[in-house]
Design a protein around this ligand. Structure first.
Ligand SMILES: *Cc1c(COP(=O)(O)O)cnc(C)c1O
Length: 432
């Protein structure tokens, strides 16, 4: 496969863009990233004219694939041509917020922002402002964007920054605990309960393999936060309108958080984030309350139009049936391939998320168990180099674009077809 143009563009990029990219994970593919020319339904075409089945899907936002339906296309064009933004409110923001409040159990009010990172940053500030407490509990291997309070590693008694540039004095307010470990959660609340503003948790670890919650884990976090007067904040930036359909993961798992962060799908492919929650909490944000929050581009008309029309399209068509059905076909097919070709690996994911983890959970031998990873430590034990250097490049040669590192999820869109699924399963079968 000729990738000369990608190579040449990356060579140029290395002179003017740090690492040749604008977001770190894009530089992960070996030996250089594929530069995209354009999208087409469930495929992307690269700078050399090669076509791939695309399971990256913008890292999650593209629920409908690369070709936006007529209604979305028209709304975007109209807003862009009427003047892209105003710094004054538009009805679109109201309508989008009404949609979120109507469908997501925990959401009464919304504040739109411009990225998932901004959403989690504001949610943590709100939780701290509301409770008057400083500490937050996060999951080891959880991801909440590139922000100071969550780029933290270690454990609850020894937290430290996971990036240069973050003071230890910030990191010490963040208490990382292992996902799916109810005892560790109870212990951190026994020790620090009176100082904990919130637990910030993804419904599943969706940026570190795909690790689903074990039965009862989220209920434990709900109970602990209630008992100690802390807030439960669900980061649904990736799962929102992806897992659990229009009700999001909180409706699938039947747990209602105090605050929820959104991003990705709710912008229909344009930059977006949002915080949603109960009125009494949300009204602590300025201009009603005292927790400052603002943004020049927040509620951007083009984004609001794209996001709202995407969600409306999903509500009025068989989008979730389609993506979840293909997701299930992929996972079932991959389980056969893995059983036959790589029994030391496991198939993970739910709804329209799928992945082969190059490892199994520490509990995998218990026969009634899901053999997949149960926490970040299980995921980290995966065969990363094999995935990066051998497996992914061969999948690319077979015309299948997988996630850019082993830990990102892969996403089914409404534009994908059964033929894409078959082709992908064939490629896994011959490459694994
Ligand atoms: C993608 C993601 C973020 C960060 O969103 P950005 O828009 O990249 O800032 C935060 N949390 C989760 C769970 C995510 O998947």
């Amino acid at each position: 496969m000729n990738r000369e143009n990608s190579r040449e563009r990356y060579d140029r990029a290395l002179d003017v863009l740090v690492g040749g990219v604008n977001s770190s994970v894009r530089a992960a593919p070996q030996p250089y990233p594929t530069f995209v020319e354009k999208g087409d339904a469930g495929h992307v075409v690269d700078a050399d004219g090669n076509r791939y089945v695309d399971w990256v899907m913008g890292l999650g936002p593209l629920l409908l694939g690369h070709d936006l339906p007529e209604s979305v296309q028209a709304a975007v064009q109209r807003r862009a041509s009427e003047g892209p933004m105003y710094g004054m409110p538009t009805e679109l923001e109201v309508e989008h917020a009404e949609f979120l409040a109507r469908h997501v159990p925990s959401v009464e009010m919304v504040r739109f922002v411009n990225s998932g990172t901004e959403a989690t940053t504001s949610a943590v500030r709100l939780a701290r402002g509301v409770t008057g407490r400083n500490k937050i509990v996060v999951m080891q291997g959880g991801y909440h964007g590139a922000q100071e309070s969550t780029l933290v590693e270690g454990d609850a008694e020894h937290p430290g920054p996971s990036s240069a540039g973050i003071p230890q004095s910030f990191a010490e307010h963040t208490l990382p605990v292992p996902f799916n470990d109810a005892e560790a959660a109870k212990e951190v609340f026994e020790r620090h309960g009176d100082d904990i503003a919130c637990v910030l948790v993804e419904p599943m670890l969706a940026n570190k393999g795909i690790v689903e919650p074990v039965e009862g884990y989220h209920e434990t976090l709900r109970d602990l936060t209630d008992e100690h007067g802390s807030l439960l904040v669900w980061d649904e930036v990736i799962t929102g309108f992806r897992v659990g359909g229009l009700g999001c993961a909180q409706s699938k798992y039947g747990v209602t958080p105090d605050l929820t962060t959104f991003g990705k799908i709710i912008g229909g492919g344009f930059p977006v984030g949002a915080i949603g929650g109960r009125t009494d909490l949300m009204e602590e944000f300025t201009p009603v309350g005292d927790v400052f929050q603002a943004g020049t581009f927040s509620g951007h008309p083009v984004t609001m139009a794209a996001g709202l029309e995407t969600l409306k399209f999903a509500a009025e068509n068989d989008v979730y049936e389609h993506v979840n059905d293909l997701g299930s076909q992929l996972r079932t097919g991959l389980e056969d391939v893995v059983a036959e070709r790589a029994p030391e690996y496991s198939v993970v994911g739910t709804d329209s998320l799928f992945k082969v983890a190059f490892t199994r959970g520490a509990n995998a031998d218990r026969s009634d168990d899901n053999p997949g990873p149960r926490n970040a430590a299980d995921v980290a034990a995966g065969a990363v180099e094999r995935w990066n250097r051998v497996f992914r490049p061969q999948m690319l040669d077979s015309g299948v674009m997988l996630s850019q590192n082993q830990f990102e999820s892969q996403f089914v869109s409404y534009a994908h077809t059964e033929e894409d699924v078959e082709r992908t399963l064939d490629a896994y079968r011959s490459v694994l």
